[in-house]
Design a protein around this ligand. Structure first.
Ligand SMILES: [Mn+2]
Length: 241
């Protein structure tokens, strides 16, 4: 046991990206199994259209996560903007614990705020409006009650649309809003924040009300590499897979 706590996000796993799936399965088996806990901070999947979707590689991932949990490693999952429909059944299947959008954890003595990161991008008004709508029970129930095939088609369409939308938006809008970051850290009394979503990996040293704080931005995984933030009682390191 290396007695560390691992953070990952933005793997965007999907059928057409087998390299990322394989790297994740290997990571669970050989690296996460040595840790105390694993936090997945959203967008593990590129799209999640319901816990009943058996499209590969969903079942392989369910099985490997379950094995990890059964071996004694706690696995926590925060929903991202792509996989916020992950639900109770997925948790029952895997033993993974689903977390709220904002959670404070005790990271070796330092209260640390974790979140996917999309809620911090408050300059993107259109997205935030969609987010409010799509997170209502009525919206989710409406989607999840549709036949699986219809949801599969809709997801393809949605991803295509989102791809073109993203290209139109200015890159500032796609990043976090600094005031929102400060507000949230103050609200949760945390001077350390870990999030993903923006695909702009970095460690930002900031000052909030004269107190120095840190904002860790996790890296997205891609075809060639994966990134893991690892903490132990000595500090942190960023592992490249
Ligand atoms: Mn995201």
């Amino acid at each position: 046991m290396q007695q560390d706590i691992l953070f990952i996000s933005d793997l965007h796993i999907g059928l057409e990206k087998p390299e990322i799936t394989q790297r994740f399965l290997d990571f669970l088996k050989y690296r996460a199994s040595q840790a105390n806990a694993l936090y997945i901070l959203g967008d593990l999947f590129d799209a999640w259209i319901g816990d009943d979707d058996p499209t590969p590689p969903n079942n392989k991932i369910r099985t490997q996560l379950k094995e990890l949990v059964q071996s004694g490693v706690q696995v926590f999952l925060q929903p991202g903007n792509r996989d916020f429909l992950l639900g109770q059944r997925f948790c029952e299947d895997t033993g993974v614990i689903l977390l709220d959008d904002y959670v404070v954890i005790d990271l070796f003595g330092t209260p640390t705020l974790i979140t996917h990161g999309d809620l911090l991008c408050t300059d993107d008004l259109a997205y935030q409006a969609f987010r409010i709508k799509s997170h209502t029970e009525a919206w989710k129930n409406n989607v999840l009650s549709k036949p699986l095939l219809l949801r599969l088609i809709a997801a393809r369409w949605y991803r295509l649309r989102s791809y073109f939308h993203k290209r139109k938006k200015s890159s500032d809008i796609m990043d976090v809003n600094q005031n929102t970051v400060a507000e949230k850290m103050l609200e949760y009394h945390c001077y350390r924040l870990i999030h993903g979503h923006t695909h702009r990996p970095n460690v930002h040293n900031i000052v909030i009300n004269t107190i120095s704080a840190q904002r860790f931005v996790l890296a997205a995984w891609n075809k060639n590499t994966g990134s893991v933030l690892s903490w132990n009682n000595q500090g942190y390191q960023i592992i490249t897979l």
